[in-house]
Design a protein around this ligand. Structure first.
Ligand SMILES: Cc1ncc(COP(=O)(O)O)c(C=O)c1O
Length: 393
């Protein structure tokens, strides 16, 4: 390459650091910024998990060692039991469970396992930008499946068959979804399951947010509870959000036995195993009483009301729908602007508030913003006080 970057692989050159991190890094060079950009809950890892780990670090001489690649057997058993309790589907801890270093690592191992160069993965959009980047890094092609904006970002199964080609390997689903907060309905999800099965395409169900459904709990449907999808669906759960364990880097996946054998090759070659100390924490999380969950959900529900109330005071700037789950809101910019990215830079520079430009989540996200309301109430209030000052009330 003429610019001297011939050491750089094309697939890496072809992607960018996510807009979320870009905004966070830009903000780091400024003083006193109110950040709504990063989906990092303000909560501390619950005490019953911290206490169990402290104790095990002293008592268990192996706590600092590698585990088997697929994870500690006792944790795999706890995962299998928890999965059966949640979905009614029995899985074998040895044959169907892999403990991951969070869903990003689990997905990365899956994309490596599934993709030949040029193979396709269907992703809903707006959707989680890191999915798109990971697919590209694995030399695959993310194929955008637009959510139906006119119907509040509804999943549109009727559009799915038209996107499937001989190169399609999988479909990624997230519900409640990031960045829209949409909970996909049981009917929609079952239809996607049928289509995937008919076409021999896998479903990768990335689940960080199912504990946060607020008054819509009854509408949440876990597609992993459909027995007919046992060979089609890979379920990935992360402790990051529901257990406030983002920094522990821990999750798990439930997958068909034949796939586990292949995925383990990637997992072992790239990670060896999930951090053992985090596996101990995950086991404590699953075997203890998750009393914190109700509290987290109550606090997040209050913050959702707060951010909606604050948005209501700026109808000349933002139009929004109340999110159903997760902890993001995805307003449309109605104020005069060029594009969402420039709007966010402008707001950061003039008001010291970080927001994430919606285009980072796919083409339908242009002219939208993502705001994460998992941060402290004071941060939400401070961000909106500044926005009100900038735009007038
Ligand atoms: C849809 C989605 N998947 C995965 C992750 C990251 O999960 P983990 O921390 O387990 O890697 C996030 C975090 O924001 C997310 O929104």
């Amino acid at each position: 390459m003429a610019d001297g970057s011939d050491w750089l692989a094309d697939n890496v050159a072809g992607i960018a650091v996510s807009a979320i991190k870009e905004m966070a890094m830009r903000a780091a060079s400024l003083e006193d910024v109110a950040s709504l950009t990063w989906g990092l809950p303000s909560f501390q890892t619950p005490a019953y998990i911290r206490t169990a780990v402290k104790d095990l670090l002293d008592r268990d001489p192996q706590s600092g060692m590698y585990s088997l690649p697929d994870g500690l057997p006792s944790l795999c058993r706890a995962v299998a039991a928890g999965h059966e309790a949640a979905t009614g589907i029995g899985v074998n801890p040895d044959r169907n469970v892999v403990i991951t270093a969070g869903n990003m690592q689990g997905l990365n191992a899956l994309f490596h396992t599934l993709l030949n160069p040029g193979d396709e993965i269907i992703v809903t959009e707006p959707g989680f930008a890191s999915h798109f980047q990971q697919i590209r890094l694995c030399r695959g092609v993310p194929v955008f499946w637009p959510l139906d904006a006119a119907e509040g970002w509804r999943l549109a199964p009727e559009a799915l068959p038209g996107l499937i080609t001989p190169r399609t390997k999988a479909i990624v689903l997230v519900s409640p979804s990031n960045p829209t907060g949409k909970i996909f309905t049981e009917t929609e999800l079952r239809r996607v399951g049928e289509i995937a099965r008919q076409h021999g395409v896998k479903i990768l169900l990335d689940d960080p947010y199912s504990q946060f459904c607020y008054e819509n709990r009854d509408r949440y449907f876990n597609l992993a509870s459909v027995p007919e999808l046992a060979d089609t669906l890979i379920y990935l759960f992360t402790f990051s959000k529901a257990y406030a364990m983002t920094g522990w880097r821990i999750g798990y996946m439930i997958l068909p036995e034949a796939m586990k054998k292949e995925v383990l090759k990637v997992h072992d070659a790239t990670l060896i195993c999930a951090p053992r100390v985090s596996q101990l924490a995950a086991e404590a999380a699953l075997t203890g009483e998750p009393v914190h969950l109700k509290t987290f959900e109550t606090i997040l529900a209050r913050r959702r009301e707060l951010i909606c109330a604050r948005l209501d005071r700026l109808p000349h700037v933002f139009a929004y729908r109340k999110p159903e789950g997760a902890y993001y809101i995805f307003p449309r910019i109605v104020a005069d602007h060029g594009n969402a990215h420039d709007f966010c830079i402008d707001v950061l520079e003039k008001a010291h508030v970080t927001l994430t430009p919606g285009a980072a989540f796919g083409p339908s996200g242009e002219h939208h913003l993502r705001m994460a309301y998992c941060v402290a109430d004071e941060v939400i209030d401070s961000a909106f006080d500044r926005l009100e000052k900038l735009f007038g009330v």
